[in-house]
Every structure is written in structure tokens, then in C-alpha cells.
Design a protein around this ligand. Structure first.
Ligand SMILES: [Zn+2]
Length: 318
């Protein structure tokens, strides 16, 4: 099913006899592709790369066919928007920098995204096959934490009531992460065996978190996930699943770009046409170029014309 040559890997595992699961992810080909169309300052690379790893880690446990979309609406110089990973681990990401922003190499997440404490983390769960009238689920929480890992841990605890820990790192070459999660025990066991299972889960959870907490950034960035897994959990009995392979994919279409122009509004579009004669729009994620001339734009704003019809029409024209 995978058509790209990506070597990127997501490896799920569970601890034997305990409701504790984990995932390692290593994204290099896809991560380099995401960076290839932008010159991000180092601090932005780190935050964006960590978000990419986190999106892949969370998407791997989606219980529906669809996508996770993460956005950070900050009040600092940087905005991370529409970073998306679907249940097939196809992902895309981009960061927007305020014009003229000076960003220190070691700028913290707070300095980049939450300068006056008004930053928001928005996570959207978007099923592909929605029921009629079904809206995507969207959770919006304050940007609560000094690192991407903490922001997501806090979100998971608040919204999903799941104990989750993440270790994330990214540089030019790789975005790598580890997730541990303690799952709830289902009912159906008698009280006593449930209690003893829960005690065992807690013990395994504490031990796993302690082992993973020995992982420092240079080791996380410089070591492949197989070695990391052996090094951290060699004394544990863990069951490893078949690896999955994240890869780059952009879901942009001419229709979506057209919708964006419609949202921008007729006055804005007409004034740009006045200046330029036509509109050329590059997708921020994949770099694909879309052209809209006067006729295209007129059709776009013609009342009651479904956007799909416009796409078909413009396809014939060119
Ligand atoms: Zn695109």
C-alpha cells in the first residue's frame, strides 16, 4: 500500500501483562521534505519537528479512518497551523512566521508561541467518512506547558483522561519521539483481580516512565529507535507489532484553494486581480502552484455555482 520510498518508521509495543503501551517514531525522509520548501530558524524547526512526531504518535491510535489536525494559535512570532496526520500516517506540516520576526536560536516554545500567555492548542479529529451533518470534533485548550511534549500530555489528561508521557526531539535530519500511555482496565473482572491488575499496571507504568526519563535529547536525536528500545527496555518483556511507515502527503486541491479565495472575499480578490491580472497561489505545505485568472475568479463568485463544477470547468479550459 505504501508507494513512497520512505524509511520512516512507527513502532508500537505493549508491556506484557500490563495495560501500558508505547510507540517509537522516527521521521527523517518526510521531515526533510516538510522543511525543504522553507528556511525555518533552528528554534522553529525544533518545535515543528516535535509536533510532527507527536501528530504521528497520536494518529497511530486513531479509532476511526480520518485525520488528526494540530494547530497552535500563538501570540508570539510563530504560528503552527493545520499540521495533519491521518490514520495511514500520511502527514504534512508548516509553520508561519510573523513578518520580520527575529528568532533566537534557543528561543523557547513560550517565546515562540505564547509570548503573552494567550496561546491556544487546537486539536481536531476529522473522520473521513462523516455521517450527514457530523462535524469534526475539535478541542481547544490553553497552551499549557513549556515544551510540545508537556502541552500534549496535559491535553491528553484533560480531554481523554489518559496518562500519557512523551519524549520528543527534532533537528535538521530527524524528528523522533517516544510515547507511553497507561490504559484504563475494562470492567468485567471481579473487584479483587481488577485491583491487583491495576496495581501491576501502575508498577509497570512507573517503571517504564522512569526508564524513559533517562533519555536525554542528544541520545534521542542520535540513536535509531531499535537501539533506543533495546537500551531502555531490555529488562522488560514487551510485545512489538509490525512497524508502520509515516510518509509525506498533502491534501490540497484546486477546490480547497478556490474555497479559500471565496472566504477571503470578492473585494479582496478583485483588488488583487486589479494589481496582478491573475492570482498565483503556492500551497504552503507541498509547494504546488495554483493559478486563478479573471474568468476563474468570476466563476468562483458566481452565485450558487458549486465549487466542484468550477474545478471541472477550469480543468477543461486549460
Ligand atoms: Zn499542498
Amino acid at each position: 500500500m505504501t508507494t513512497s520510498t520512505s524509511h520512516d518508521t512507527l513502532q508500537k509495543f505493549i508491556f506484557d501483562n500490563a495495560a501500558v503501551r508505547g510507540e517509537f517514531v522516527e521521521i527523517s525522509d518526510t521531515w526533510r521534505e516538510i522543511q525543504s520548501r522553507h528556511a525555518y530558524p533552528p528554534a522553529v524547526k525544533t518545535v515543528l519537528g516535535e509536533m510532527v512526531a507527536a501528530a504521528a504518535l497520536l494518529s497511530a491510535n486513531l479509532k476511526f479512518n480520518g485525520a488528526i489536525i494540530m494547530q497552535i494559535h500563538g501570540d508570539g512570532p510563530v504560528r503552527l497551523h493545520d499540521d495533519r496526520c491521518d490514520s495511514e500516517l500520511r502527514l504534512r506540516a508548516t509553520a508561519k512566521l510573523a513578518e520580520g520576526a527575529q528568532i533566537a536560536d534557543d528561543a523557547s516554545l513560550t517565546a515562540l508561541l505564547n509570548a503573552s500567555g494567550k496561546g491556544r492548542f487546537v486539536i481536531t479529529l476529522d473522520p473521513l467518512d462523516k455521517m450527514p451533518g457530523q462535524q469534526p470534533y475539535q478541542g481547544i485548550v490553553p497552551l499549557d506547558g513549556e515544551s510540545m511534549a508537556t502541552v500534549i500530555e496535559n491535553y491528553m489528561l484533560r480531554s481523554e483522561q489518559l496518562d500519557t508521557r512523551l519524549w520528543l526531539g527534532a533537528d535538521d535530519q530527524v524528528s523522533r519521539g517516544l510515547l507511553l500511555q497507561k490504559l484504563p482496565r475494562h470492567s468485567g473482572q471481579d473487584d479483587q483481580s481488577k485491583q491487583s491488575s491495576e496495581a501491576e499496571d501502575l508498577e509497570t507504568w512507573n517503571r517504564a516512565v522512569m526508564l524513559a526519563s533517562t533519555l536525554k535529547q542528544p541520545e534521542l536525536l542520535g540513536t535509531d529507535i531499535q537501539t533506543l528500545m533495546n537500551r531502555l527496555f531490555w529488562e522488560e518483556t514487551i510485545r512489538v507489532f509490525d512497524p508502520a511507515h509515516p510518509r509525506f502527503h498533502c491534501s490540497c486541491t484546486r477546490e480547497k484553494v478556490g474555497n479559500m479565495l471565496k472566504i477571503l472575499g470578492r473585494a479582496e480578490v478583485e483588488s488583487a486581480l486589479e494589481d496582478l491580472g491573475h492570482l498565483g497561489i503556492n500551497c504552503d505545505f507541498c509547494g504546488k502552484h495554483y493559478e486563478f485568472d479573471r474568468v476563474d475568479c468570476a466563476q468562483l463568485f458566481a452565485s450558487d455555482t458549486p465549487v466542484e463544477t468550477l474545478i471541472a470547468a477550469s480543468g477543461v479550459k486549460h
